[in-house]
Design a binder for this molecule. Sequence first.
Ligand SMILES: [Zn+2]
Ligand SMILES: [Zn+2]
Length: 510
Amino acid sequence: MHWADVIANTLMARGDKHLISTGITPSGYIHVGSLRESITANAVYKALKDKSADADFIYLVDSYDPLRKRYPFLPESFEKEVGKPICYIPCPDNCHDNYAEHFITPFLEALGELGIKPRIIWTHKLYEEGKFTDIVDLVLRERATIASILGEVTGRKMPENFWPFTPECPKCGLFTDKVLGYEFPYVHYKCGCGHEGDADIRKGQGKMPWRVEWAAKWKLFGVTCEPFGKDHAASGGSYDSGVRLAREIFEMEPPHPIPYEFIQFKCRGQMHKSTGNVVTGSDALLITPAPVLAFGVLRYNPERHIDYDPGLGIIDIVDEYDKVESLYFNGGADEKEIDLLRAYEIAQPTGVRSKLPLQVPYRHLVSIAQIADSYEGVVKVLKRSMNIDDISEEDMNVLKQRIGCVRHWLNAFAPEEVLYIISPERPDMEISDDERSYIVELLERLRTTEWIGDLIHNAIYETAKGRGLQPKVCFQVLYRLFISRRSGPKLGFFLSTMDKDFVLKRLSEA
Ligand SMILES: [Zn+2]
Ligand SMILES: [Zn+2]
């Protein structure tokens, strides 16, 4: 059974009503790995829905968290913003209302592209609207117990004067832990800047520290399931403290945890352009078709780590996806592949299609995108070389997305070995007598061959066989003749993407 269904069954044994929670502090560019959390949560949500459970799915944007430091991508002027809540810091590029929005917006768009649509909740609004008032009041009254729980779980000595609430000072804009006392609804403090005041816990004038806040969110929403990075699951980590806070302070069962492994970058092949920086979720979607990216995550158990290879790995994963897609519609999957079919199903942003979508080998698209300039041009070459008459609107949409991904990939991540240029003139090269007579025969054969990839391939292959030549040797001479290299894309298909007269002329020049 696919892991998402296993988790859904575990949850159903616990109760009928479920809330899956995910979230992030958008303090900078959001790495592709963060998509794993949302894809994982969405899978369990979908599995619950498929079992007709009452399920809901939220995404908490921790917009009230302070900026921890000035990251290298921030201008020097942001030094003064460190320590302020990211919802009150300006957008670094002046294109959003605030800092948090700037970094979360592209990420939420990426989720939308993956068909993941949780309810988005902004933490700073929860505070401002007084949603946390009762909970904050409770944790302030229970501060001694909370301090001992945190001390025991983390093994760290808690400060004498621990308060599970840090007021936001209106004078300097920073959070302060210099709390002097509490009487509902005011937390009295004296900030490091000298300002002394009262923070009203009903109006979002301060926040809980994050370990406490995490459990407080479980309480507020009634969270029953939450995926989180495995670092939080470590012994003494925030999930451990959350469990105790949930049971001992909030009188609830903690959510079912789904610790997940990180997505690691591993690039095979030399990238022709160095990208240097992080690959964000949006970057990944620029080069990986959305359902393929989701499939790449869903096919593995959350506890297994995933290598994301933006080089040749992209071609492999698309091929794998297409293979599973064909098994899904044509049948023939063995026992081991059943879970892959389910991963394919869950990965579809708008549900599974009614019949097998048009399958164009991704390598073919990589070739054509290097020959044809426009999208229309690609489609034209594709139709001719693969002998396709009609492409449905749904298939067109898939193609459009894939061609877009291929183009971005070629521009940024594709390794040298898939890039090639068709030599405009016959390259200056030596050709043996055997090779020459092979080409002469092939030329005659191709004159009468319909200009379709498969048929050209057969002609190349059979001519070689008929002359008792190694096909590999024949392929090499043809690659040399057209792209001045010894290897390249699938030859029959590749030649079919070019104009027939051009190919025949080049062969006759050999
Ligand atoms: Zn912006
Ligand atoms: Zn202050």
